[in-house]
Ligand binder design. Structure first.
Ligand SMILES: Nc1ncnc2c1ncn2[C@@H]1O[C@H](COP(=O)(O)OP(=O)(O)OP(=O)(O)O)[C@@H](O)[C@H]1O
Ligand SMILES: O=P(O)(O)O[C@@H]1[C@H](O)[C@H](O)[C@@H](OP(=O)(O)O)[C@H](OP(=O)(O)O)[C@H]1O
Length: 593
């Protein structure tokens, strides 16, 4: 078991044992929607990695180093380490794996989660969940498979790399995916797997048994597996009696389940004749065949449930911003409508001190005549993520927008409608009369009614762990209102609040070292806060669509008020406010508990 898995498992074990009081303000509008976060963990693990500066997304990702950070209040040493380094969370691969393996450890929880899954979080098509037919020693693949894995690496979600520790079943999704894509015959697939096992695990009895079978035709082999299937209870026990020999099965239920999963994977569990031919022997009579088919179907039902539970954790949601601007691709990347200003920023950021705080940028892609920016999915691997989007800075419009508004003031009725909905008294008499406001006027009103102008940031939206979305923060302006919202967002969990505070302090440090920050006016950019019920937490910088390089003669400070012409964005004012208010929230949460 890798370090991060150990860390995660122990964290989960602790969580299961920890009775936790539910702390949140009953008066807050979305009361009662946080019941799924009832187990408050004692510690928090995140992963740290370091990006390389390579221009190629593949090589950069390959260069990521991972390690664990422990946010346990008692873990002072590591906590200091975090403060020194900032917690670099790249939870993708580890989180997905850890969540998946923990689900298998805890079937009760699996059921609970399945029940709580909101309708709009239906799993991806089954073809995305890949499983191997044979037990393979963890981490081992054949040469060919390695090549295949390399080929498909880019398009494969980290969460699809499934390794069942202790079961000796390695589920290498990249390999499987590529094999399926190429529709390689099961026979070839099996042969390859067996050879690799046998070469590297000479002493393993079960592997030797598999090796002895490798000369069998795939049909024979499949029939043999089916025969075993009929003795389900024995199989559950971990061994099968065959011809007087005990055949050890590394992971009794899984390996058989996985076998059939694989056999039918390419057809997504259809009952096609091709599949039946693959599974049943020619010598079986019709009755046996029917019986077998029936059993096989019930296994399929079970498999479907398994695959549901093992699906990659991609509870993706676009919280703020222009609806439909951002979406999750089939391959698990976030695709955002192309904006050259943003693409240039992201490219520069990949080799800046801030790269640890920005989703990985994979370049751009053209799809159906549209261009998209390809980004790392920051929610990947998080289980029922809790998300908050904070728009940073003391203003959300560029200075250019002011001059534009002066020269050509377009009156917008949509913005007038939005304004009236929040505050019917906000428009002037003239604006009421024309039933419209200019964009600049609207943006300025938004900034002033929220905490943007006063605190240097505002909360745009929150997604709670049960998927409930809160966007009504138009009038969340005072420090007390923001603090209360932070407590609700984190359910007053001190270790989460502390992790966020720590991350922001690290960001503060990185900003001071950043050439990008030194040379850019950052407008309308957000900090995306994400945590989940297994206590992974992180904060990321997103949205650089209105971030522009400063003129050569301008040196921004980022921590002084904006007056027209000085181009200051107030980013550090917002960051300082956030850190202060998180501190206040930590204090209040401590007092509550
Ligand atoms: N890399 C990512 N991973 C996960 N979610 C993301 C990612 N990028 C964006 N999102 C989601 O999409 C939302 C909107 O993103 P973003 O702010 O970049 O869009 P936008 O349309 O440019 O916003 P705006 O209208 O404020 O300029 C975010 O609040 C977040 O929920
Ligand atoms: O959040 P709200 O209240 O819905 O208001 C929107 C928000 O201010 C966006 O940032 C802005 O897009 P830009 O940042 O790109 O200016 C958008 O302008 P738009 O309607 O002109 O796109 C506004 O409608």
């Amino acid at each position: 078991m890798k370090d991060w898995q150990l860390g995660f498992s122990s964290s989960r074990a602790q969580n299961n044992q920890t009775g936790v009081s539910s702390i949140f303000d009953e008066n807050f509008p979305p009361s009662g929607f946080m019941k799924d976060l009832d187990s408050s963990p004692e510690r928090m693990d995140t992963l740290s990695g370091k990006k390389s500066n390579g221009s190629d997304g593949e090589s950069m990702r390959d260069a990521i180093e991972e390690s664990i950070f422990d946010f346990s209040p008692s873990s002072i040493t590591q906590s200091n380490h975090i403060k020194k380094t900032g917690f670099r969370a790249r939870p993708k691969l580890a989180s997905a794996q850890a969540v998946l393996s923990s689900k298998l450890e805890d079937p009760t929880e699996m059921q609970t989660n399945a029940c709580e899954e909101p309708e709009d979080r239906k799993p991806e098509p089954l073809k995305r969940v890949c499983m191997d037919p044979l037990p393979i020693a963890a981490g081992e693949t054949t040469k060919d498979e390695d090549v295949e894995e390399q080929k498909v690496k880019e398009g494969v979600m980290a969460g699809e790399n499934l390794v069942e520790e202790g079961s000796k079943v390695a589920l290498n999704a990249a390999t499987r995916k590529s094999l399926w894509r190429r529709k390689i015959e099961p026979r070839e697939r099996l042969g390859a797997s067996v050879e690799s096992i046998d070469e590297s695990k000479e002493g393993d009895f079960s592997n030797k048994r598999l090796h002895r079978k490798k000369s069998w035709g795939s049909r024979q082999r499949n029939t043999q597996m089916l025969g075993s299937l009929q003795d389900g209870e024995q199989y559950m026990g971990g061994s099968v009696e065959k011809d007087g020999e005990e055949e050890l099965v590394p992971h009794p239920v899984l390996s058989r389940v996985l076998f059939h999963s694989s056999a039918s994977s390419s057809s997504s569990f259809n009952n096609s004749s091709a599949e039946s031919d693959e599974v049943f022997s020619e010598n079986e009579d019709t009755a046996t065949r029917r019986q077998n088919m029936k059993k096989c179907r019930s296994w399929r039902t079970f498999l479907t449930m398994m695959q549901w539970s093992k699906r990659p954790q991609t509870s993706w949601i676009q919280l703020a911003g222009h609806q439909g601007n951002v979406r999750l691709s089939e391959g698990g990347e976030v695709l955002k409508r192309f904006c050259e200003v943003e693409a240039v920023c992201l490219q520069v950021l990949m080799s800046d001190a801030l790269c640890q705080f920005v989703p990985h940028y994979f370049g751009h892609i053209s799809q159906d005549g549209e261009q998209y920016i390809r980004l790392e999915d920051l929610l990947s691997g998080l289980k029922n993520p809790v998300i908050m989007d904070c728009k940073m800075g003391v203003r959300t419009y560029q200075e250019e927008e002011i001059s534009k508004a002066r020269s050509n003031a377009i009156v917008r009725s949509d913005m007038y409608q939005k304004m009236v909905k929040v505050d019917p008294a906000a428009p002037t008499v003239e604006e009421h009369a024309q039933r419209g406001v200019t964009k600049l006027r609207y943006l300025q009103w938004r900034d002033d009614s929220s905490s943007t102008s006063s605190l240097g940031f505002r909360i745009e939206g929150i997604v709670m762990g049960n998927g409930k979305v809160l966007r009504d923060f138009y009038k969340t302006r005072t420090e007390a209102q923001v603090t209360e919202t932070l407590l609700t967002f984190t359910r007053s969990q001190v270790h989460i609040l502390e992790a966020y505070e720590s991350r922001l302090q690290a960001l503060n440090k990185a900003l001071k070292e950043s050439n990008f920050f030194n040379r850019h006016e950052i407008i309308g950019s957000s900090l995306l806060f994400v945590h989940d019920c297994s206590s992974k937490a992180n904060i990321w910088m997103i949205d650089f669509g209105k971030t522009i390089p400063t003129p050569k003669d301008v040196q921004l400070r980022h921590d002084v008020p904006w007056v027209e012409g000085n181009r200051e964005d107030g980013y550090l004012i917002g960051l300082t406010s956030l850190i202060t208010l998180l501190g206040e929230a930590i204090k209040q949460a401590g007092e509550q508990s």
